[in-house]
Design a protein around this ligand. Structure first.
Ligand SMILES: Cc1cc2nc3c(=O)[nH]c(=O)nc-3n(C[C@H](O)[C@H](O)[C@H](O)COP(=O)(O)O)c2cc1C
Length: 220
């Protein structure tokens, strides 16, 4: 048993992976234990489609081609804008990543190359696409959020790195075609899973957090 705080503090988004599969039993064990995640009325709404091997290859190849050719088509619309203080966090997160990768602010071509890495899931050997029943919305999405962090922490405890990726939900039609996702499921986002490449520049990126009082108000 690994201490929860240690796992929580060491988890981070990993954006370069070793070309080595995670054993199926390990992957399965992570998702199996994440089934314990809470949900309103215990409806357990997360629907998860995990692709490895050739299916993953074909999926990311199609995603990359789509991203090069057209704008995103998400089923859950992206935020139109990020007002302050959120935009400052958003910009700091992008800056930390590009700085770690040695990508200059004004190097549009390098930024585009870095952005396109999203669509090959940063070369992670396993990609999960997550959705919910089309008839649900906010509350089921909250349940999925609880599940997502559970998966990421369980993976971290197993030495398996992850990156949540809204970008992998950008072309739901491609996910449907390659992963067999039915129309009744609304595609939300993806999750890259694999072993971290510790030498990759992208993985030197670290994000910060606000002090607790920025987010939490105690009364009484
Ligand atoms: C729902 C969700 C979607 C995300 N989408 C992306 C994405 O498309 N590409 C990416 O590189 N990171 C993505 N991230 C990762 C965030 O950028 C990252 O969690 C945040 O900057 C905090 O960094 P940390 O995970 O390393 O602590 C996403 C995270 C979440 C929770």
């Amino acid at each position: 048993m690994t201490d929860l705080t240690t796992v929580l503090e060491s988890r981070r988004s990993v954006r370069a992976f070793l070309p080595r599969d995670v054993p199926r039993e390990t992957l399965r064990g992570i998702f199996e234990r994440a089934q314990r995640a809470p949900s309103w009325c215990n409806i357990q709404p997360w629907r998860v489609y995990v692709a490895s091997g050739e299916i993953r290859e074909r999926f990311v190849a199609a995603m990359l081609a789509a991203a090069k050719g057209r704008g995103p088509e998400p089923e859950f619309p992206y935020a139109a804008e990020y007002p302050e203080p959120y935009d400052a966090h958003r910009r700091a997160c992008g800056k930390a990543l590009y700085e770690a990768m040695g990508v200059a602010r004004d190097d549009g071509e390098a930024r585009r190359r870095a952005w396109l890495r999203n669509f090959v899931a940063f070369d992670a050997p396993h990609v999960a696409i997550i959705g919910i029943d089309r008839r649900f919305d906010l509350w089921a999405a909250i349940d999925v959020g609880c599940w997502l962090q559970s998966v990421m922490l369980l993976a971290q405890a197993e030495g398996v790195a992850t990156c949540s990726q809204a970008s992998l939900g950008a072309y739901p039609g491609i996910a449907r075609e390659h992963l067999g996702i039915p129309e009744t499921i609304k595609v939300m986002f993806g999750l890259a899973l694999g072993y971290e490449d510790p030498d990759a520049a992208a993985n030197k990126c670290r994000t910060t957090r606000e002090p607790v009082d920025a987010n939490v108000t105690f009364s009484g």
